[in-house]
Ligand binder design. Structure first.
Ligand SMILES: Cc1ncc(COP(=O)(O)O)c(C=O)c1O
Length: 293
């Protein structure tokens, strides 16, 4: 392994309300997961990715809350908040002081033949996203194939849960690369703008920041919510709305926001150039790094 070695911590008995949890720090370089784990054989599990800046995990409580929301959506037992927080702190403290760390917590349904979750936390170098945050990304829109009412009509499709089944979310990025782009905006089959494969969309129209309503089967973004909580001090209003693909072409600026890359502007959507609002991008980044409102 090159660079800084990731730190891996397993949490045995991570379920809420059970026996006390057990934390085991093990090598991230050696095999640790059974080939019979349902996370591997079925992608059956959930995860969260948390950005850690200057050793401070951003939006930690909302991430743990969303992890348990995903658990409920998948009929998994809820996790002990304190156990998760302890493992995250242990993992971050075991890494050398890096400017940006990404912590992932992964929870699978466990072994095919036994009960009990498989849970681990891995902390690693987040890398350098300064180029993306400055220059921005070219995005394409892609049909997700579900209607905007999918969460209501077909909750078993788990739209809006952060599941381990992210093969589609990776496939769309390869499709974007084939079309000369680096990012994707999912669109519902009835033409509502949704989200990216690993980020939320924020649109600026004049003095208003707009993001798609989460009831249309998308993940409630912790970064988007943090950005909105700081908007007023920049004289910006915020709005949750049902946006159409055509609305993107009229935007004054667009961003994809997420816990690792934080705030990344889009400079093109399909064939349409989009203005990059560099000044506001820097303000939004600074807000996030400064912490909660
Ligand atoms: C599908 C999807 N939407 C949105 C987000 C953004 O969420 P957050 O800002 O909490 O990282 C993610 C994060 O990975 C995601 O996977």
């Amino acid at each position: 392994m090159t660079g800084t070695d990731p730190v891996l911590i397993f949490i045995d008995r991570a379920e809420r309300g059970g026996e006390p949890p057990l934390f085991r720090q093990v090598s991230a370089d050696e095999p640790q997961i059974s080939v019979f784990d349902l996370g591997i054989t079925r992608g059956d599990g959930i995860f969260e990715s948390i950005g850690v800046f200057a050793r401070w995990p951003l939006q930690l409580a909302p991430h743990i809350e969303r992890l348990n929301r995903s658990a409920r959506m998948l009929d998994l037992p809820e996790l002990d908040d304190q156990a998760v927080e302890t493992a995250i702190t242990m993992a971050v403290e075991a890494l050398p002081p890096l400017p940006e760390i990404l912590v992932k917590i992964v929870v699978t349904r466990g072994l095919e033949s036994a009960s009990g979750l498989t849970t681990w936390v891995i902390a690693s170098d987040n890398g350098d996203y300064s180029r993306e945050r400055t220059v921005g990304l070219r995005a394409i829109t892609l049909d997700r194939g579900y209607r905007s009412d999918v969460a209501e009509t077909s909750p078993w499709l788990l739209q809006g849960a952060k599941t381990l089944s992210y093969a589609v979310n990776k496939a769309v990025l390869r499709e974007a690369a084939r079309r000369g782009a680096e990012e994707v905006i999912f669109i519902s089959s009835d033409d509502y703008v949704l989200e990216g494969p690993a980020s939320s969309l924020i649109v600026r129209e004049g003095n208003t920041l707009i993001t798609p309503v989460t009831s249309i089967g998308i993940l409630p973004g912790t970064t988007q919510q943090a950005v909105f909580s700081h908007a007023a001090k920049h004289g910006l209003d915020t709005e949750y709305a049902r946006l159409r693909t055509a609305d993107l072409a009229r935007a004054d600026a667009l961003w994809m926001v997420s816990s690792g890359r934080l705030v990344v502007p889009l400079n093109r959507v399909n064939e349409t150039p989009v203005p990059v609002d560099a000044a506001l991008t820097q303000k939004l980044l600074a807000d996030l790094l400064a912490g909660e409102e």
